[in-house]
Design a protein around this ligand. Structure first.
Ligand code: NAD
Ligand code: TYD
Length: 349
Protein backbone atom coordinates (compact mmCIF):
# COMPACT_ATOMS: atom_id res chain seq x y z
CA UNK A 1 0.00 0.00 0.00
CA UNK A 2 1.40 3.36 -1.10
CA UNK A 3 1.60 6.08 1.57
CA UNK A 4 1.23 9.59 0.17
CA UNK A 5 1.90 12.77 2.11
CA UNK A 6 0.31 16.07 1.17
CA UNK A 7 1.91 18.94 3.07
CA UNK A 8 -0.32 22.00 3.15
CA UNK A 9 -3.30 19.71 2.45
CA UNK A 10 -5.70 21.90 4.44
CA UNK A 11 -4.93 24.95 2.30
CA UNK A 12 -6.53 26.01 -0.97
CA UNK A 13 -4.78 23.90 -3.62
CA UNK A 14 -3.79 21.18 -1.15
CA UNK A 15 -7.42 20.56 -0.18
CA UNK A 16 -8.39 19.94 -3.82
CA UNK A 17 -5.45 17.56 -4.20
CA UNK A 18 -6.28 15.66 -0.98
CA UNK A 19 -9.89 15.25 -2.08
CA UNK A 20 -8.80 13.72 -5.41
CA UNK A 21 -6.23 11.42 -3.82
CA UNK A 22 -8.58 10.13 -1.12
CA UNK A 23 -11.30 9.39 -3.67
CA UNK A 24 -9.16 8.14 -6.56
CA UNK A 25 -6.78 6.02 -4.54
CA UNK A 26 -8.77 3.97 -2.04
CA UNK A 27 -5.84 1.53 -1.79
CA UNK A 28 -3.40 4.26 -0.76
CA UNK A 29 -2.96 5.87 2.64
CA UNK A 30 -3.24 9.67 2.28
CA UNK A 31 -1.58 11.68 5.05
CA UNK A 32 -2.42 15.37 5.23
CA UNK A 33 0.26 17.32 7.07
CA UNK A 34 -0.67 20.89 7.88
CA UNK A 35 0.10 23.38 10.65
CA UNK A 36 -3.36 24.97 10.27
CA UNK A 37 -2.08 28.53 9.99
CA UNK A 38 -4.51 31.37 9.21
CA UNK A 39 -4.72 29.88 5.68
CA UNK A 40 -5.30 26.23 6.59
CA UNK A 41 -8.70 24.93 7.70
CA UNK A 42 -10.16 21.49 8.33
CA UNK A 43 -13.36 22.85 6.82
CA UNK A 44 -11.54 22.74 3.47
CA UNK A 45 -11.30 18.93 3.64
CA UNK A 46 -14.35 18.20 5.81
CA UNK A 47 -15.83 15.82 3.21
CA UNK A 48 -12.81 13.47 3.25
CA UNK A 49 -11.40 14.15 6.72
CA UNK A 50 -12.70 10.91 8.24
CA UNK A 51 -12.35 8.69 5.18
CA UNK A 52 -10.82 5.31 6.07
CA UNK A 53 -7.75 5.91 3.85
CA UNK A 54 -7.06 9.43 5.21
CA UNK A 55 -5.14 10.66 8.23
CA UNK A 56 -4.81 14.32 9.21
CA UNK A 57 -1.82 15.39 11.29
CA UNK A 58 -1.39 18.91 12.61
CA UNK A 59 2.35 19.34 12.11
CA UNK A 60 4.63 22.27 11.39
CA UNK A 61 7.18 21.44 8.68
CA UNK A 62 9.62 23.91 10.24
CA UNK A 63 9.82 21.49 13.20
CA UNK A 64 12.26 18.76 12.10
CA UNK A 65 11.73 16.49 15.10
CA UNK A 66 7.94 16.56 14.66
CA UNK A 67 8.44 15.57 11.03
CA UNK A 68 10.68 12.65 12.03
CA UNK A 69 7.96 11.36 14.36
CA UNK A 70 5.39 11.54 11.59
CA UNK A 71 7.80 9.73 9.26
CA UNK A 72 8.30 6.94 11.83
CA UNK A 73 4.53 6.39 12.02
CA UNK A 74 3.68 6.90 8.34
CA UNK A 75 6.79 6.53 6.13
CA UNK A 76 5.83 8.04 2.76
CA UNK A 77 6.43 6.72 -0.75
CA UNK A 78 5.39 10.01 -2.30
CA UNK A 79 5.45 13.53 -0.88
CA UNK A 80 3.41 16.29 -2.50
CA UNK A 81 4.91 19.40 -0.95
CA UNK A 82 2.49 22.33 -0.92
CA UNK A 83 2.83 23.70 2.62
CA UNK A 84 3.88 27.31 2.31
CA UNK A 85 3.26 30.87 3.26
CA UNK A 86 1.69 31.85 -0.04
CA UNK A 87 0.63 35.50 -0.08
CA UNK A 88 2.98 38.07 -1.65
CA UNK A 89 1.56 41.01 0.34
CA UNK A 90 2.19 39.19 3.62
CA UNK A 91 5.73 38.38 2.49
CA UNK A 92 6.35 42.10 2.13
CA UNK A 93 5.17 42.66 5.72
CA UNK A 94 6.89 39.61 7.33
CA UNK A 95 9.56 38.02 5.11
CA UNK A 96 11.01 35.79 7.83
CA UNK A 97 7.80 33.77 8.16
CA UNK A 98 8.35 32.86 4.52
CA UNK A 99 11.94 31.79 5.18
CA UNK A 100 10.94 29.57 8.12
CA UNK A 101 8.21 27.68 6.28
CA UNK A 102 9.11 27.88 2.61
CA UNK A 103 12.88 27.49 2.92
CA UNK A 104 13.64 25.83 6.29
CA UNK A 105 10.45 23.74 6.20
CA UNK A 106 11.19 22.51 2.67
CA UNK A 107 14.80 21.65 3.55
CA UNK A 108 13.61 19.82 6.68
CA UNK A 109 11.47 17.63 4.46
CA UNK A 110 14.33 17.04 2.02
CA UNK A 111 16.74 16.24 4.86
CA UNK A 112 14.56 13.54 6.31
CA UNK A 113 13.79 12.20 2.82
CA UNK A 114 17.51 11.99 2.02
CA UNK A 115 18.19 10.01 5.20
CA UNK A 116 15.21 7.67 5.06
CA UNK A 117 14.91 7.19 1.30
CA UNK A 118 18.53 6.06 0.79
CA UNK A 119 18.56 3.27 -1.78
CA UNK A 120 14.88 3.75 -2.74
CA UNK A 121 14.19 4.69 -6.34
CA UNK A 122 10.40 4.26 -6.49
CA UNK A 123 9.76 7.27 -4.25
CA UNK A 124 8.87 10.84 -5.25
CA UNK A 125 9.33 14.34 -3.88
CA UNK A 126 6.87 16.54 -5.77
CA UNK A 127 7.53 20.25 -5.27
CA UNK A 128 4.53 22.47 -6.08
CA UNK A 129 5.94 25.83 -7.10
CA UNK A 130 5.00 29.07 -8.79
CA UNK A 131 5.76 30.95 -12.00
CA UNK A 132 6.71 33.93 -9.80
CA UNK A 133 10.23 32.45 -9.42
CA UNK A 134 10.91 33.64 -12.99
CA UNK A 135 10.39 37.31 -12.17
CA UNK A 136 8.40 39.77 -14.21
CA UNK A 137 7.81 40.01 -17.97
CA UNK A 138 7.36 43.15 -20.08
CA UNK A 139 4.48 43.58 -22.53
CA UNK A 140 5.44 40.43 -24.48
CA UNK A 141 7.02 37.00 -24.04
CA UNK A 142 6.44 33.88 -21.95
CA UNK A 143 8.13 31.93 -19.19
CA UNK A 144 9.48 28.56 -20.32
CA UNK A 145 11.29 25.79 -18.43
CA UNK A 146 14.62 27.35 -19.42
CA UNK A 147 13.81 30.89 -18.26
CA UNK A 148 16.40 31.83 -15.59
CA UNK A 149 15.12 32.31 -12.05
CA UNK A 150 14.79 35.97 -11.08
CA UNK A 151 12.53 36.18 -8.01
CA UNK A 152 11.66 39.70 -6.93
CA UNK A 153 9.40 39.42 -3.87
CA UNK A 154 10.24 37.75 -0.54
CA UNK A 155 7.56 35.15 -1.39
CA UNK A 156 9.02 34.27 -4.78
CA UNK A 157 12.58 34.35 -3.39
CA UNK A 158 11.59 31.81 -0.73
CA UNK A 159 9.89 29.56 -3.31
CA UNK A 160 12.91 29.86 -5.64
CA UNK A 161 15.22 28.89 -2.77
CA UNK A 162 13.10 25.81 -2.07
CA UNK A 163 13.09 24.83 -5.77
CA UNK A 164 16.89 25.14 -5.85
CA UNK A 165 17.19 22.93 -2.77
CA UNK A 166 14.93 20.29 -4.36
CA UNK A 167 17.14 20.22 -7.48
CA UNK A 168 20.31 20.21 -5.36
CA UNK A 169 19.06 17.24 -3.31
CA UNK A 170 18.04 15.46 -6.50
CA UNK A 171 21.47 16.03 -8.05
CA UNK A 172 23.57 15.38 -4.96
CA UNK A 173 21.68 12.62 -3.17
CA UNK A 174 19.64 11.16 -6.01
CA UNK A 175 16.20 11.97 -4.58
CA UNK A 176 13.64 11.41 -7.37
CA UNK A 177 11.76 14.67 -7.73
CA UNK A 178 9.43 16.65 -9.94
CA UNK A 179 8.96 20.41 -9.77
CA UNK A 180 6.00 22.12 -11.37
CA UNK A 181 5.63 25.88 -11.63
CA UNK A 182 2.10 27.10 -12.10
CA UNK A 183 0.39 30.47 -12.57
CA UNK A 184 -2.30 32.09 -10.44
CA UNK A 185 -4.92 29.59 -9.26
CA UNK A 186 -8.51 30.43 -8.45
CA UNK A 187 -11.56 28.43 -7.36
CA UNK A 188 -13.48 27.30 -4.26
CA UNK A 189 -11.72 27.30 -0.86
CA UNK A 190 -9.22 30.04 -1.73
CA UNK A 191 -8.54 32.19 1.32
CA UNK A 192 -10.23 35.58 0.84
CA UNK A 193 -7.00 37.60 0.90
CA UNK A 194 -6.12 36.82 -2.76
CA UNK A 195 -7.44 38.98 -5.60
CA UNK A 196 -10.37 36.85 -6.85
CA UNK A 197 -11.87 35.75 -3.49
CA UNK A 198 -11.17 39.21 -2.04
CA UNK A 199 -13.14 40.76 -4.89
CA UNK A 200 -15.99 38.26 -4.49
CA UNK A 201 -16.28 38.68 -0.72
CA UNK A 202 -16.22 42.46 -1.08
CA UNK A 203 -18.91 42.26 -3.75
CA UNK A 204 -21.07 40.24 -1.37
CA UNK A 205 -20.42 42.68 1.48
CA UNK A 206 -20.63 45.80 -0.75
CA UNK A 207 -17.17 46.95 0.36
CA UNK A 208 -14.63 48.83 -1.79
CA UNK A 209 -12.61 46.50 -4.04
CA UNK A 210 -8.95 47.54 -3.86
CA UNK A 211 -7.13 47.46 -7.21
CA UNK A 212 -3.41 48.14 -6.96
CA UNK A 213 -1.90 50.86 -9.16
CA UNK A 214 -3.77 51.22 -12.42
CA UNK A 215 -4.94 47.60 -12.49
CA UNK A 216 -2.83 46.92 -15.57
CA UNK A 217 -0.67 44.17 -14.06
CA UNK A 218 -1.20 40.87 -15.83
CA UNK A 219 -1.55 37.42 -14.28
CA UNK A 220 -1.93 34.02 -15.96
CA UNK A 221 -4.99 32.37 -14.37
CA UNK A 222 -5.85 28.68 -14.07
CA UNK A 223 -8.79 26.92 -12.42
CA UNK A 224 -7.50 25.01 -9.41
CA UNK A 225 -8.95 21.67 -10.56
CA UNK A 226 -7.05 21.92 -13.86
CA UNK A 227 -3.84 22.48 -11.89
CA UNK A 228 -4.52 19.52 -9.61
CA UNK A 229 -5.21 17.21 -12.58
CA UNK A 230 -1.84 18.21 -14.02
CA UNK A 231 -0.06 17.49 -10.72
CA UNK A 232 -1.64 14.03 -10.45
CA UNK A 233 -0.76 13.18 -14.05
CA UNK A 234 2.84 14.34 -13.65
CA UNK A 235 3.26 12.34 -10.44
CA UNK A 236 2.10 9.21 -12.27
CA UNK A 237 3.82 9.75 -15.60
CA UNK A 238 6.15 12.75 -15.46
CA UNK A 239 9.92 12.36 -15.83
CA UNK A 240 11.77 12.33 -12.54
CA UNK A 241 14.31 15.16 -12.20
CA UNK A 242 12.28 17.41 -14.52
CA UNK A 243 10.54 20.74 -14.24
CA UNK A 244 7.14 21.39 -15.80
CA UNK A 245 5.29 24.62 -16.40
CA UNK A 246 1.55 24.42 -15.86
CA UNK A 247 -0.70 27.11 -17.33
CA UNK A 248 -3.94 27.61 -19.20
CA UNK A 249 -2.74 30.35 -21.60
CA UNK A 250 -5.11 32.76 -19.89
CA UNK A 251 -3.41 36.10 -19.26
CA UNK A 252 -5.56 39.02 -18.10
CA UNK A 253 -4.96 42.47 -16.66
CA UNK A 254 -6.26 42.67 -13.07
CA UNK A 255 -8.84 45.33 -13.86
CA UNK A 256 -10.39 43.10 -16.53
CA UNK A 257 -10.76 40.27 -14.00
CA UNK A 258 -12.28 42.52 -11.35
CA UNK A 259 -14.66 44.27 -13.78
CA UNK A 260 -15.79 40.90 -15.17
CA UNK A 261 -16.55 39.64 -11.65
CA UNK A 262 -18.53 42.81 -10.91
CA UNK A 263 -20.71 42.29 -14.00
CA UNK A 264 -21.11 38.58 -13.29
CA UNK A 265 -22.16 39.35 -9.72
CA UNK A 266 -24.72 41.87 -10.98
CA UNK A 267 -26.11 39.31 -13.43
CA UNK A 268 -26.31 36.42 -10.94
CA UNK A 269 -27.70 38.40 -7.99
CA UNK A 270 -29.75 40.93 -9.92
CA UNK A 271 -27.73 43.80 -8.47
CA UNK A 272 -26.68 46.98 -10.23
CA UNK A 273 -23.50 48.91 -10.75
CA UNK A 274 -21.08 46.78 -8.73
CA UNK A 275 -18.26 48.34 -10.76
CA UNK A 276 -18.70 51.45 -8.60
CA UNK A 277 -17.04 49.49 -5.76
CA UNK A 278 -13.75 49.35 -7.70
CA UNK A 279 -11.23 51.56 -5.90
CA UNK A 280 -7.75 52.22 -7.26
CA UNK A 281 -5.27 52.19 -4.38
CA UNK A 282 -1.55 52.62 -3.76
CA UNK A 283 0.45 49.99 -5.61
CA UNK A 284 2.19 46.98 -4.06
CA UNK A 285 5.92 47.68 -3.57
CA UNK A 286 7.98 45.94 -6.27
CA UNK A 287 4.78 44.77 -7.99
CA UNK A 288 5.68 42.30 -10.78
CA UNK A 289 4.12 43.59 -13.99
CA UNK A 290 3.27 40.52 -16.01
CA UNK A 291 3.34 36.73 -15.74
CA UNK A 292 2.67 34.49 -18.75
CA UNK A 293 3.37 30.79 -19.07
CA UNK A 294 4.15 28.63 -22.06
CA UNK A 295 2.91 25.30 -20.63
CA UNK A 296 5.29 22.35 -21.01
CA UNK A 297 4.76 20.49 -24.26
CA UNK A 298 5.36 17.19 -22.44
CA UNK A 299 2.29 17.90 -20.32
CA UNK A 300 0.13 18.14 -23.43
CA UNK A 301 1.84 15.02 -24.81
CA UNK A 302 0.66 13.16 -21.70
CA UNK A 303 -2.90 14.16 -22.60
CA UNK A 304 -3.47 17.08 -20.23
CA UNK A 305 -5.34 20.17 -21.28
CA UNK A 306 -7.17 22.75 -19.19
CA UNK A 307 -10.87 21.87 -19.13
CA UNK A 308 -12.42 24.91 -17.47
CA UNK A 309 -12.62 28.21 -19.34
CA UNK A 310 -12.04 31.40 -17.35
CA UNK A 311 -15.70 32.38 -17.75
CA UNK A 312 -16.96 29.00 -16.51
CA UNK A 313 -14.42 28.90 -13.70
CA UNK A 314 -15.27 32.38 -12.44
CA UNK A 315 -18.99 31.58 -12.50
CA UNK A 316 -18.40 28.33 -10.57
CA UNK A 317 -16.21 30.17 -8.09
CA UNK A 318 -18.62 33.06 -7.56
CA UNK A 319 -21.54 30.64 -7.10
CA UNK A 320 -19.50 28.63 -4.60
CA UNK A 321 -18.69 31.69 -2.46
CA UNK A 322 -22.32 32.86 -2.65
CA UNK A 323 -23.50 29.50 -1.35
CA UNK A 324 -20.87 29.16 1.41
CA UNK A 325 -21.25 32.20 3.69
CA UNK A 326 -20.53 29.99 6.71
CA UNK A 327 -17.13 29.04 5.24
CA UNK A 328 -16.21 32.70 4.67
CA UNK A 329 -17.22 33.47 8.25
CA UNK A 330 -15.30 30.48 9.65
CA UNK A 331 -11.96 31.11 7.92
CA UNK A 332 -11.70 34.81 8.68
CA UNK A 333 -10.10 34.95 12.10
CA UNK A 334 -9.06 37.85 14.32
CA UNK A 335 -5.63 37.39 12.73
CA UNK A 336 -7.14 38.17 9.33
CA UNK A 337 -8.84 41.29 10.65
CA UNK A 338 -5.48 42.55 11.94
CA UNK A 339 -3.78 41.75 8.64
CA UNK A 340 -6.57 43.41 6.68
CA UNK A 341 -6.28 46.62 8.72
CA UNK A 342 -2.50 46.68 8.27
CA UNK A 343 -2.76 46.03 4.54
CA UNK A 344 -5.70 48.22 3.54
CA UNK A 345 -6.43 50.83 6.19
CA UNK A 346 -4.21 53.52 4.69
CA UNK A 347 -5.07 52.47 1.15
CA UNK A 348 -8.83 52.55 1.62
CA UNK A 349 -9.05 55.17 4.36
P1 NAD B 1 -2.53 28.39 0.99
O1 NAD B 1 -1.92 29.56 1.69
O2 NAD B 1 -4.00 28.39 0.69
O3 NAD B 1 -2.25 27.06 1.83
C1 NAD B 1 -1.02 26.80 2.43
C2 NAD B 1 -1.21 25.70 3.45
O4 NAD B 1 0.06 25.43 4.05
C3 NAD B 1 -2.18 26.07 4.58
O5 NAD B 1 -3.06 25.01 4.82
C4 NAD B 1 -1.27 26.29 5.77
O6 NAD B 1 -1.88 25.97 7.01
C5 NAD B 1 -0.12 25.33 5.46
N1 NAD B 1 1.13 25.74 6.10
C6 NAD B 1 1.70 26.98 6.12
N2 NAD B 1 2.82 26.95 6.85
C7 NAD B 1 2.99 25.67 7.27
C8 NAD B 1 3.98 25.02 8.04
N3 NAD B 1 5.03 25.67 8.55
N4 NAD B 1 3.85 23.69 8.27
C9 NAD B 1 2.78 23.00 7.78
N5 NAD B 1 1.80 23.57 7.06
C10 NAD B 1 1.91 24.90 6.81
O7 NAD B 1 -1.68 28.19 -0.32
P2 NAD B 1 -2.11 27.62 -1.75
O8 NAD B 1 -2.57 28.75 -2.57
O9 NAD B 1 -2.96 26.45 -1.59
O10 NAD B 1 -0.70 27.17 -2.32
C11 NAD B 1 -0.21 25.85 -2.10
C12 NAD B 1 1.16 25.72 -2.73
O11 NAD B 1 1.06 25.98 -4.13
C13 NAD B 1 2.19 26.69 -2.18
O12 NAD B 1 3.41 26.02 -2.09
C14 NAD B 1 2.25 27.80 -3.21
O13 NAD B 1 3.52 28.40 -3.23
C15 NAD B 1 1.99 27.00 -4.49
N6 NAD B 1 1.38 27.77 -5.58
C16 NAD B 1 0.24 28.50 -5.34
C17 NAD B 1 -0.35 29.19 -6.40
C18 NAD B 1 -1.62 29.99 -6.20
O14 NAD B 1 -2.03 30.71 -7.12
N7 NAD B 1 -2.29 29.89 -5.07
C19 NAD B 1 0.22 29.14 -7.68
C20 NAD B 1 1.37 28.35 -7.89
C21 NAD B 1 1.93 27.67 -6.82
P1 TYD C 1 -2.66 37.97 -5.64
O1 TYD C 1 -3.98 37.30 -5.67
O2 TYD C 1 -2.15 38.48 -4.33
O3 TYD C 1 -1.61 36.96 -6.30
P2 TYD C 1 -0.06 37.23 -6.76
O4 TYD C 1 0.42 38.47 -6.13
O5 TYD C 1 0.63 36.02 -6.22
O6 TYD C 1 -0.09 37.29 -8.25
O7 TYD C 1 -2.69 39.19 -6.63
C1 TYD C 1 -3.05 39.04 -8.00
C2 TYD C 1 -2.90 40.38 -8.66
O8 TYD C 1 -3.90 41.26 -8.10
C3 TYD C 1 -1.56 41.06 -8.40
O9 TYD C 1 -1.16 41.77 -9.57
C4 TYD C 1 -1.86 42.04 -7.27
C5 TYD C 1 -3.30 42.42 -7.52
N1 TYD C 1 -4.09 42.73 -6.30
C6 TYD C 1 -4.84 43.91 -6.26
O10 TYD C 1 -4.86 44.70 -7.21
N2 TYD C 1 -5.56 44.18 -5.13
C7 TYD C 1 -5.54 43.34 -4.05
O11 TYD C 1 -6.21 43.68 -3.02
C8 TYD C 1 -4.81 42.14 -4.12
C9 TYD C 1 -4.77 41.19 -2.98
C10 TYD C 1 -4.09 41.87 -5.29
Amino acid sequence: MLTIWVTGGAGFIGSHLVRHLVRQKPDCRIITIDALTYAGHLANIADVLHASNHVFLKTNIADASALREVWDSYPPDWIFHLAAESHVDRSILSPLDFVYTNVVGSVNLLEIARQRWKGHSDVLFYQVSTDEVYGSLGETGFFTESTPYNPRSPYSASKAAADHFVRAYGHTYGIPYIISNCGNNYGPYQFPEKLIPLTITHLIERKPIPVYGEGKNVRDWIYVEDHVRAILLLAERGKRGHTYLIGARNTRPNIEVVAYLCDLYDEITNTQNSRSLITYVKDRPGHDFRYAIEPSSHLFALGWAPKVSFEEGLRETLLWYLSHPEWIEAVRSEEYTQYYIQQYKERLG
